[in-house]
Structure formats: C-alpha cells, structure tokens
Design a protein around this ligand. Structure first.
Ligand code: FES
Length: 353
C-alpha cells in the first residue's frame, strides 16, 4: 500500500503506497531536485469558480504567460500566501493542460489562515508564488481497472486522475461521498462523465441516503486486479484500508487528509554538509525547528509530514521516518527525509543542506 496526504484544505496529506516503490524512486531521488530545492514560480489568478457551498476552484496561469512545468495526475502544488503561509493543494486539472494549474480549496472552519485566505480573499488578477508540482499520490496509468473512493474535498487529486484516464481511454470507477449535494464539488462534471459511459460514477450523499457510504460492501465488489485509491477523511481511510487486506499491497493507494504529530523520540546531531554546521536535536524536537531556531531558512508548508515540501537528501546516517509522504522503498533507501517530523536511528545524520 502507498500512503500520502490529500490537499484540498491545505492540511491534507497523501501517501502513495506501492507504485512509487516499483518505479525506482530511490535512484530518481538521487538526481531529481527535492521540493525544497525547486525554485518557486510566479503565477496569476486567472479565474475563480464556486464549485460547492464552501469550495472554490482557482485557476492559476504563469505570470509571464508561458507554459507551466508539467505534472502527473495526483500531484499537488504549494501555494505561498500572505503572512508567510505556505499551503499544499492537489491539482484538479489533467496533466494534458500545460497552460494552467487548477486547485479546489475547501473553507476549513478551523482554518489557520490558508483556506480562509483562498476562499474569502483571493481575487482574480492577484499574483502569487507556487512551488512546482510534486506528486506523492501517483496514478498507475496502465492498470486494467482503477477504482476511486473519495470523501468531500478528497475528490481533488482523484478528479485529475479520472481526467487522465479519460484522456488515455482507460477504464475507471468512482465512488464519491459527501454530506449533501451542495457540499460536493464538481458534481455537474461527474454526472456528465456518467452520461457518456453509465455505471462509472456513484455519488453518495449522506443526508439523502440517511447513512454513510457503504464502502466495505462497495470495495468488496471491485476485482482484485484493480488498482484502488482513497482520499478522504481519516474514518473513511480506516474503512478503506480494512477493506483492502486481501488485495496485493501495490494495488492499494491512500492519501490522507491529516498530518502526523509525531516527532523524533531520541536526541541526535544533524550536520548540514554544505554549510559546514552541526546542531543538536533534542528528543521531541524536529530538525526543522532546530534549524529555524538557528536562523537557517528551510522550505516548509504543512510541518506535519504530509506535503513533501521539506524533503531533504540524507548523505549519511539512518533516518527514523515519521512522515506520511515517503513510500516504504524510499524509506528503506535512507536517501531522503522529511525534516519537519522525522528523526534519526543513528547518533548523527548528515544532510545535503
Ligand atoms: S512534509 Fe510538509 S513541511 Fe515537511
């Protein structure tokens, strides 16, 4: 199983389970810039649409009018917002569109500023910086069947995946649950897809049905050869995981909404190789916090081990991974670490910073 964090409120986390593990990510990591190394892009808000009661879709184009860096279905971007806020949001458009990034943001009642700004204040014409797309919830494009379970704003990465499978002519099914019709996003578009090929889109509104979506029963009807995906609230993900025990691990893909509160449990030293500096990280503290306390700038967004922004290369030592981003293969490689939450199993870690 691969696990990551969904990004629609700015605090979601997705974890791709196994296809990342099968595609040589460790070797890729050695040559590819980490999200923290990527240079931010200047974008302009081209359009804003209300797509549900509390959800706005925002279309971003390059401020210089050129094409934007490409991405794969399931990817997210980190949006830099006023007040030194950085929030991660899944891209909802298909990777065929190179002229814009489209995100959908739910106004989180417990917003710490990110979703409140995007939904209440962001205006057409405004310019922002975003980090280039990063994918921690990738799609297996050649699966014989793909089945998606989405809850609420968890539809966002899955919509991009469906668009990509439509473009490729590959088979898929969607089970999308929301509290009621007005809180569900992109319903018109999903119903239009259902009209083209009936039997693919299953919408479930708790208020109309008088109960939550029967995920266990629905998942049991999906053939074993299918790749199945879930992005939604933690209760939904728990049920989804419980339903998937009989499937090949590499066919099961999860993206979480919430991050981890985990922190390193033992003390260790961290050496920043490029700066020639070493710091002590006390038990219970994060590497990121120690670096920030020492005025070392570090790229970050969620600070909960879900967005991948703080991904950093490990040059020596063994990380104690606490994040929801890296696949088990990436973890085993000891080449990458999320410094906002993960610690060390060795007395010292040497980082490429
Ligand atoms: S994973 Fe988001 S800041 Fe570390």
């Amino acid at each position: 199983m691969s696990e990551a964090t969904c990004m629609g409120t700015g605090t979601q986390v997705s974890a791709p389970l196994a296809q990342t593990e099968d595609t040589g990510t460790a070797a890729f990591a050695a040559t590819h810039p980490t999200p923290a190394e990527a240079r931010p892009l200047a974008v302009r808000v081209a359009a804003i649409h209300q797509v549900a009661e509390t959800i706005r879709a925002v279309e971003l184009v390059a401020a210089d009018g050129k094409a934007l860096p490409g991405f794969t279905a399931g990817a997210h971007i980190n949006l830099k917002l006023p007040g030194d806020l950085s929030r991660s949001y899944s891209l909802t458009n298909g990777p065929q569109t190179r002229d814009r990034y489209t995100i959908a943001v739910n106004r989180d009642l417990a917003s710490r500023g990110g979703s409140a700004y995007v939904v209440d204040k962001l205006a057409v014409g405004e310019e922002l910086l975003v980090d280039p797309p990063h994918n921690t919830f990738p799609l297996v494009e050649d699966a014989e069947l793909s089945a998606f379970f989405a809850g609420g704003i968890g539809i966002t990465p899955i919509l991009a995946m469906i668009r990509q499978l439509e473009a490729l002519g590959r088979p898929w099914k969607l089970f999308y649950a929301a509290r009621n019709r007005t809180s569900a996003a992109f319903v018109d578009e999903l119903e239009a897809l259902e009209a083209i090929t009936p039997g693919r889109v299953h919408l479930h509104f708790d208020a109309e049905a008088g109960k939550v979506m029967p995920l266990l029963k629905l998942a049991a009807g999906i053939p074993k050869i299918a790749h199945i995906y879930c992005c939604g609230p933690s209760k939904m993900i728990e049920v989804f995981k419980a339903s998937a025990g009989w499937r090949p691990d590499e066919n099961v893909h999860v993206e979480h909404f919430a991050g981890t509160n985990a922190r390193p449990t033992t003390a260790f030293d961290v050496e920043l190789k490029r700066r020639g500096l070493t710091f002590h990280v006390p038990a219970g503290e994060s590497i990121m916090q120690v670096l920030m306390d020492n005025h070392i700038p570090v790229a970050h967004s969620c600070r909960e081990g879900v967005c991948g922004t703080c991904e950093t290369r490990v040059l020596a030592g063994v990380p104690d991974h606490k994040d929801n981003v890296l696949s088990s293969r990436e973890r085993a490689s000891n080449e990458l670490i999320m410094i906002c939450c993960s610690g060390a199993k060795t007395d010292k870690l040497v980082l490429d910073l």
